[in-house]
Write a protein that binds this ligand. Structure first.
Ligand code: PLP
Length: 371
């Protein structure tokens, strides 16, 4: 459990949310029950009914038709499925801030990609997507909310500006944090992940507009109407359905979390922190910042020893710390980007969690500045 020890303060909900009790219990029940939804006997029919109930629940949370959803192993797979169908070997315009899962799927599909650069605050302008279009552009990829910066992007305006080119939206960080309705965004496809909303990890979904031609990324059996082969992850899907039914409760916490985040931000700026991203359009739960001259990874490790979990945007590659590509895309130097830290709150976060971070950090900053 990511919050098993009573002393541990978990402030990394953008990496994985704390699993919802109801979603975990429902998933555990189906782990015990088993049953293959493709079997015609009673056990199979019950598993099928559980999967379809979950599909209706996810669909209801988004205001879409259940048949427009394909369950898969997470957003990475959902993005691969969408990109395989909409972009294989073709010209694609994508924001430079997309998750590595998007760029991985684009590479795998053989698409030719033109990237749209953000400004220093990580803002994306619809006009820049239009400028990047070529006559042969088959797809535009634009995320709804950024995993590190928390920035919210004008997906609806981007869709309108690039029409009739279809838009794939990675809505992983937006789901459960801001109201999300694909029809309002106007996009053609939208990728979702369970573990960011309290469902188990290893489950997600792709929504695509009725009539969208998807090319199965995983081929074999006829599951998911032939769009995703393989026996369904019934337990994970049931957990996803329960977590989706709790989206309203999660959203109801966001105003409180926004206030808590703002208090934290003010205190961290008081300690010398420099905030990243665009505060005027940001997820309420997310704070991205750096302490100039200090490595994010070092502070993260010190906080971890003090029982506080946060994240840096850096990735460990071949033993070296690689700075966040998103921060580099915003024009930060490598040294500045290596300072990146992200604090992300969730519905379980209380003022005491924020206070724990604020009491653990000053001695670490002092030590790091003297080193
Ligand atoms: N897109 C974004 C914005 C994410 O934050 C993540 C996960 O960190 C993914 C895609 C990948 O999701 P999954 O872990 O479900 O494959």
């Amino acid at each position: 459990m990511i919050r098993s020890a009573a002393v541990r303060t978990y402030l990394d909900h953008n990496a994985s949310a704390i699993p919802s009790v109801a979603a975990s219990e429902a998933a555990a029940e189906w782990l015990r029950r088993g049953g293959n939804p493709s079997s015609v006997h009673g056990a199979g029919r019950e598993a099928r009914a559980a999967v379809e109930g979950a599909r209706r629940s996810v669909a209801a949370s988004l205001d879409v038709a259940p048949a427009e959803l394909v369950f898969c192993s997470g957003a990475t797979e959902a993005l691969h499925l969408a990109i395989a169908g909409l972009a294989t070997g073709r010209h694609v315009v994508a924001s430079a801030l997309e998750h590595p899962a998007v760029f991985g799927a684009l590479r795998a599909s053989g698409a030719r990609v033109r990237q749209v650069r953000p400004d220093a605050g990580g803002r994306l302008a619809p006009a820049d997507f239009v400028a990047a279009l070529a006559p042969e552009t088959a797809l535009v990829v634009a995320m709804a909310a950024h995993n590190e910066l928390g920035n919210l992007f004008p997906v609806h305006e981007i869709v309108a500006a690039v029409a009739p080119v279809p838009v794939l939206c990675d809505a992983v960080q937006a789901w459960g944090r801001v109201p999300l309705h694909p029809q309002d965004l106007g996009c053609t496809a939208l990728a979702l992940s369970g573990h960011k909303i309290g469902a188990p990890s290893g489950v997600g979904a792709l929504w695509s507009k009725a009539g969208t031609q998807l090319r199965p990324w995983i081929e074999g059996g006829p599951q998911e109407r032939g769009r995703r082969a393989g026996t369904e992850n019934v337990a994970g899907i049931v957990g996803l359905g329960v977590a989706a039914a709790e989206i309203g409760t999660r959203l109801g916490q966001m105003e409180r979390l926004g206030e808590l985040r703002n208090q934290l931000q003010a205190a961290l700026v008081g300690l010398g922190g420099v905030v990243h991203g665009s505060p005027e359009a940001r997820l309420p739960n997310t704070l991205a910042l750096r302490f100039p001259g200090l490595e994010g990874e070092l502070l993260l490790q010190g906080l971890d020893l003090a029982g506080v979990c946060i994240s840096s945007g850096s990735a460990c590659s071949a033993g070296a710390i690689e700075p966040s590509p998103s921060l580099l895309a915003c024009g930060l130097t490598e040294a500045e980007a290596r300072g990146g830290l992200r604090v992300s709150l969730g519905p379980e976060t209380q003022a005491a969690d924020v206070e724990h971070l604020l009491s653990a950090l000053p001695p670490l900053l002092e030590r790091a500045r003297c080193a």
